[in-house]
Design a protein around this ligand. Structure first.
Ligand code: SAM
Ligand code: SF4
Length: 480
């Protein structure tokens, strides 16, 4: 039965162009939600749960923007919320398992709340077998959509409310980028900004190109317009987001390099700090290094995933650089920007990885001396070339290597972290410290955290802090 409000008929047909079409559906959804609020006799709430990377976190802010716009109020406890949405990740198998586990719990909560709507979106939904499993075993799910049509969220909500059926809308790929939809930022003073979507690199272990589609860059004018608006809103730090920011601009009608884009972003008044991720080593240009070296605003931090230190494994991974090229790049960056903090991603146990290959990875870790590293156990992703490679490494061997790597990474990173002790650094104050009253937490340009005495009035400001003591991976300091 349709719950459509008769007033809707005042509208003509839904516009075909975007974002106007989505604003039309937001208006329609507002009326439908208002009806539900009246029926329930209380406000309706939402909770968006994010799995995975910064890209997903940014997408979640867009989902929150639409849910707030149509009349839902945010609620932290997902089991008490009336609209729950899981924005999923599928980079590693355990991410999928976590979603299934939590979904079971959510199903029980839904039985007690007739107003509850459960939505699933993000990378995991781009896999056909996942959607089949949900259709079969989690029939209480109301709405499933993927990574390419997230901008259609309002339209899908209306379809769900009008039809009362499970709505599934998954696209294989898209070349569309829809601008200017509402966004609800998590932090008032810092924000992610998508500069591109998708990935064309096809690293042989990685599912991202299959679930996020082909690489496409946003128009630089739209990016700058968004950043100017963020600055007017009080944002001082932005993080430019893309799977490989170094190949930004290649697909534009008027091609532009990432270094050129950064220079435009730097001109925006009010933006004090610029971060970006992720940089693929194969595409990191001299032009970018020069821009970073000269810049007052680009943070002294570069995330440069190495994945493996063995040139043989890097070739099988389709990373398109060798160990030597990677080390030479690190040297060049360090020479141009001596105080740069380097972080990385490393996969242990890629198919065919021998002890010698692993020792090459340990060698890179010891030579580069990363400020920190994300270490991952290789996870077999169906559909990727690596999944059908021979010589999958036994779990006990992987575990042993993983533990040795983690120990080394942590040992080095505690030493590297300590070198700033006794210096004064500018930090962006991000939060009050939950554990210690009277303390706040700030982030250094190099991404390290420092706790120091202060109150919430400081949040969102840049202040100078003396780093008194290194506590392993963070500092205790005093405001100067
Ligand atoms: N585009 C980014 C890049 O090239 O570094 C990162 C994308 S991915 C979401 C983040 C990290 O997950 C990768 O750098 C890689 O280390 C890890 N990863 C991707 N696929 C994996 C797999 N199948 N098993 C284990 N780790 C994986
Ligand atoms: Fe995955 Fe490689 Fe693309 Fe990063 S660059 S998203 S690791 S395929």
């Amino acid at each position: 039965m349709s719950t459509m409000n008769p007033e809707i008929s005042l509208y003509k047909e839904a516009p075909l162009s975007e974002p106007e079409r989505q604003y039309y559906f937001m208006e329609k959804a507002k009326i439908l939600i208002q009806e539900l609020v009246q029926k329930a006799g209380r406000p309706l709430t939402f909770c968006v749960t994010t799995f995975g990377c910064q890209m997903n976190a940014r997408d979640s802010e867009k989902l929150c923007g639409i849910l707030k716009n149509i009349g839902y109020i945010e609620q932290e406890d997902e089991e008490k919320a009336d609209f729950v949405i899981y924005n999923t990740c599928t980079v590693r198998e355990n991410a999928n398992q976590r979603v299934y586990g939590r979904l079971g719990q959510l199903g029980k909560a839904k039985k007690k709340n007739p107003y509850m709507i459960i939505g699933l979106c993000g990378c995991m939904m781009q896999e056909a077998e996942v959607v089949e499993k949900i259709k079969k075993s989690y029939r209480f799910v109301d709405l499933i959509f993927g990574t390419h049509n997230i901008y259609k969220f309002a339209e899908l909500i209306v379809s769900r409310l009008e039809s009362q059926r499970m709505i599934i809308d998954i696209w294989k790929d898209t070349d569309k980028i829809v601008e200017d939809l509402p966004v609800e930022r998590k932090y008032p003073f810092k924000s992610g900004v998508n500069i591109m979507f998708g990935c064309n690199n096809f690293c042989s272990y990685c599912i991202v190109p299959y679930v996020r589609g082909r690489e496409r860059s946003r128009d630089p004018r739209a990016i700058i317009r968004e950043i100017e608006k963020l600055a007017q809103d009080g944002v001082v730090e932005i993080m430019l987001l893309g799977q490989n920011v170094n190949s930004y601009g290649k697909t534009l009608d008027e091609p532009m390099s990432f270094a050129q884009l950064l220079q435009e972003v730097e001109k925006v008044d009010g933006i004090e700090r610029i971060r970006f991720m992720t940089s693929h080593p194969k595409d990191l240009s001299d032009e970018l290094i020069e821009v970073m070296a000269r810049s007052e605003k680009i943070c002294r931090h570069l995330h440069l995933p190495v994945q493996s230190g063995s040139s043989r494994i890097l070739k099988k991974m389709n990373r398109r650089y060798t160990k030597e090229q990677y080390l030479a790049l690190v040297e060049k960056i360090r020479k141009a920007v001596p105080d740069i903090s380097l972080t990385t991603d490393i996969i242990v146990g890629f198919p065919g990885e021998t002890e010698e290959d692993f020792l090459e990875t340990m060698d890179v870790v010891k030579r580069v001396r990363y400020d920190s590293a994300f270490t991952f156990i290789y996870s077999k992703r169906t559909g990727t070339p690596a999944a059908v490679m021979e010589d999958q490494v036994p779990p006990d061997v992987i575990k042993n290597r993983f533990d040795r790597l983690l120990k080394e990474v942590q040992h080095i990173s505690s030493e590297v972290c300590a070198i700033h002790q006794g210096t004064t650094q500018t930090v962006l104050v991000e939060s009050v410290n939950d554990h210690e009253p009277g303390m706040v937490t700030g982030r250094l340009s190099n991404n390290l955290l420092v706790h120091f005495p202060g109150d919430e009035k400081l949040i969102g400001t840049l202040v100078n802090v003396y780093l008194d003591e290194c506590k392993g991976f963070y500092y205790i300091g005093t405001r100067v």
